[in-house]
Design a protein around this ligand. Structure first.
Ligand code: OAD
Length: 252
């Protein structure tokens, strides 16, 4: 289906009181200049993310892992929300039961003004003690860029600090899982800018569909989810979402 036709179809389906849940991935931040994980820009010094974003990698070489996070923090700090983030922030104020689940750790949804973001994979701006020492809080905010010394030290015990993100092989925070499960109860579920390969996030759209939601994918290319959902729109998020928003504004 042509992008314009898909937008028209969505425009007819969305009502002022529609309950909308959106899951986002790295593609939403691509237009802001944040590298995606699996795109052409996705490898850092020839290390695939799956080999850096693990507790084993950190145990083996915390300095290498922190150099990658220092680089990403530096890249992200200079990035601004794009039209996709801004549209979703506007929807969070307009729709009564809007929920945004993001796999992104960059904080751009919050910077765009979206409140109550469900951060499925944590935040790159949070840190915690690797040893979870008794003197430290569970996690805390630290926007130091770059850390002058890598790996940075825990100010409470002098051990290692780690980024407050979820790594491969680690579980999702139970509170986040609970809030995400509640968000599956919606009328429309959008899966935007995600390659839909990293579970459990990748399973959310199909679960929402089983709960009765109309499910939509927005991505510049097809993904394993494309054929499982109700509508697949193959175009950039920063174009599709504002165009749909414009149409909705003309309606209500
Ligand atoms: P990926 O890098 O795997 O996928 C990004 C997706 O965005 C791809 O499917 C692209 O086709 C699409 N894309 C790129 N530009 C776009 C645009 N302008 N508009 C719409 N879509 C676009 O990123 P994620 O799916 O977010 O996890 O990756 C999932 C998780 O894997 C991440 O959260 C991270 C990673 O390893 C952890 O670190 C645990």
């Amino acid at each position: 289906m042509k992008t314009e036709d898909a937008i028209q179809q969505l425009g007819r389906r969305i009502k002022p009181d529609s309950r909308i849940t959106v899951l986002t991935g790295a593609g939403v931040s691509a237009a802001s200049g944040v590298p995606t994980f699996r795109g052409p820009d996705g490898l850092w010094k020839n290390h695939p993310p799956e080999q850096l974003a693990t507790p084993e990698a950190f145990r083996r070489d915390p300095r290498l892992v922190w150099e990658w996070y220092n680089w990403r923090r530096e890249r992200i700090r200079g990035c601004q929300p794009n039209a996709a983030h801004l549209t979703l922030a506007a929807w969070s104020r307009r729709f009564p039961e809007f929920r945004l689940i993001t796999q992104n750790v960059d904080g751009l949804h919050e910077k765009a003004g979206t409140e109550n973001v469900i951060r499925f994979h944590g935040s790159i701006w949070e840190v915690l003690c690797w040893d979870r020492c008794a003197g430290s809080p569970p996690r805390w905010w630290d926007e130091t860029v770059p850390f002058p010394m890598v790996p940075p030290k825990c100010p409470h015990c002098g051990g290692l600090l780690r980024p407050g993100v979820v790594w491969f092989g680690e579980g999702i925070d139970p509170d986040v899982l609970e809030r995400s499960a509640a968000a599956l109860n919606c009328d429309l579920f959008f899966s935007v800018g995600t390659s839909a390969v990293v579970y459990p996030a990748a399973g959310l759209a199909s679960q929402a569909r089983r709960h009765g939601a109309y499910t939509i994918e927005v991505n510049v290319e097809g993904t394993p989810a494309s054929n499982l959902l109700d509508l697949s729109v193959q175009a950039p998020a920063e174009e599709v979402l504002p165009a749909l928003d414009l149409l909705l504004q003309s309606k209500f």
